[in-house]
Unconditional design. Structure first.
Lengths: 349, 349
């Protein structure tokens, strides 16, 4: 067992404070990772503040982990000491159900093992602890290879925000000539713009704020639609193949459905804590539309996404923070004051 | 011009009464059809009673038409006098938009021309009149060939109820080994059961009423699930690939979504007149589900459906009515008292 420095919440109202964690010795198939960077995801805020319920404290969040392999178990074949690697939202799954066998571990029928705050059945039900820490030990099959031509700090958010947007775009077979709409320009939204552009799509960003038009264009958006302007929305009617909706607050989807072409789909990735307005089935019927969900991505697909980003030079736009700045960063995330992802430098723990 | 006997509503409260209609002389590409049978669709009730708004009276409904070609225009190549033919929910479309060019005329970007109650741009904006009449004149490209091995009266409902359920099942690529769920056992639902079975699927019917269990099994259902019984619904969890939901009243979809497997889809075909309860995006996200719509089918696909039904001996279960019984039949439809479709014998007009 190794004792490492970490930051943890001790209650929903404690904020994040310095602590230590015990990490297991690497088993035969385990990789020990010296963590260098960890993205700050909005889920981390929800979890540490108990907004989704069911938490156990103390809780060290963080599931956008990048670091270097420091030790490997005796039977590890995929990684060697010194490799640059990453860990995303899960560290294990049942490995036996249909979903796991298809490489869709995120949809494991027995529940994937989240990177933090989850019971780990293979570790006597111990609660997993995340990446706001000096190191982590993970089975090699749930570890990703980080391309060496990308800035490792800016890669960290790809492990959650990147794959969460890449997977539905890939699932919908986005290719050059397609038109992708992006609703919401935060951590997920800005990745959706970059990835859709890299796939060769034309990208239209929906925003409620005229102040964000320039920022969206800087990210690569071909067009920015003011969603509160009826005329703009009408002009965008029947022009989009797939919409990536990253807004995690209740909002009426009907105006967005109307911008979709025949056979279009809207993927909702954000999870509002209160009910969405009703969907109008007539709108779906008239153009054979689909209102769909999508959850992160499988391990194989996450590796594919990283390799795709390496090929196209795609990373997240980040603002680096020290451990002491985490609580302030959380408040700024809630206020939407970040372009577009905070990343923790774990050398400051 | 030919004057023919028909039944029409003269106001939302008039009911259907005897009248006459003028049918145009067949143009070069037109087919004149001596109507023999016309299905009574729930849409006919909504339209004649003004429940969907925007109607012009007098209105002769009927869009499940089967008859025999009585005259053809000079340039008609697809049909000859004496052919058994059908007409479904549309009699024309713009023929130029992307949807029309792809054979998806039902999604015509300029609006398909409904078989009744629609302005027909190629006939000086005249309002179309439907199949509760002795004859109809339709462009040959919107006429279907009725397989001669099937009972023509029982074929009539295939032109709306049949294609409306066939199209989403085909769109989802249902094949042997798939599990299809059917919600609601009316005109559409009973066709969904028969067609899904003919496609080789295992079929599970959801019903609120224990009294319908036997009827569902007689139609071919492999399993009947009492949707109000929590334990039954739980047992059906994660067991279905695609659900055809034909219920046109507001109902909570979440319990049905939970019966879907990973990548499952629920097609809602019924159009409630008031809002549906909200959809929980979390349920969609956790299994990459889709909530989708679908509208009848294109002309080519409708012909494919008729040929498929001929091959598999699929027709509608019908109860024949005379013209005088139409109003009573409407009341029985509203009360759900029909197994499963009324068909008008037009010789009684």
């Amino acid at each position: 067992m190794t004792v490492v420095k970490a930051y943890a919440a001790t209650s929903p109202t404690s904020g994040l404070t310095p602590t230590t964690l015990e990490r297991r010795e690497p088993g035969a198939h385990d990789v020990e990772i010296a963590i260098e960077f960890c993205g700050l995801c909005h889920s981390d805020v929800h979890a540490t503040r108990g907004e989704w319920g069911g938490n156990t404290y103390p809780l060290t969040p963080g599931h956008e982990i990048v670091g270097t392999v420091s030790r490997v178990g005796s039977d590890v074949s995929k990684f060697a000491v010194g490799d640059k690697v990453g860990v995303g939202c899960m560290v294990d799954s049942c490995r036996e159900c249909e979903a796991c066998e298809e490489g869709l571990e995120q949809y494991c029928e027995n529940g994937n093992v989240g990177t933090y705050g989850a019971k780990d059945p293979r570790q006597n039900g111990e609660i997993t602890q995340g990446g706001y820490s000096e190191s982590v030990v993970v089975n090699e099959n749930y570890v990703l290879r980080v391309p060496t031509n990308l800035d490792p700090a800016a890669v960290a958010p790809l492990l959650c925000a990147g794959i969460t947007t890449y997977s539905p775009l890939r699932h919908f077979d986005v290719e050059p000539g397609d038109v992708v709409g992006v609703v919401g320009l935060g951590g997920l939204g800005h990745m959706a713009v970059k990835i859709a552009k890299a796939m060769g799509a034309e990208v239209k960003v929906f925003t409620t704020s005229a102040a964000k038009v320039e920022a969206a264009k800087e990210l690569g958006a071909d067009e920015v639609i003011l969603s509160k302007d009826e005329q703009s929305m009408k002009s965008a009617g029947r022009s989009i193949d797939v919409i990536i909706d990253t807004v995690a607050a209740p909002h009426d989807l009907d105006p967005y459905f109307r911008t979709l072409r025949l056979d279009g789909a809207l993927f909702q990735l954000g999870l509002p804590s209160s009910a969405m307005p009703p969907v109008n089935p007539g709108t779906l019927i008239r153009r054979r539309l689909a209102y769909a969900g999508s959850l992160i991505g499988g391990i194989e697909e996450t590796q594919e996404m990283l390799d795709f980003c390496a090929e196209h030079g795609v990373v997240s736009d980040i603002e680096m923070v020290t451990a002491e700045q985490i609580n302030e960063a959380y408040d700024r995330m809630v206020a939407g004051d970040v372009k577009y992802r905070f990343v923790l430098d774990t050398s400051t723990l």
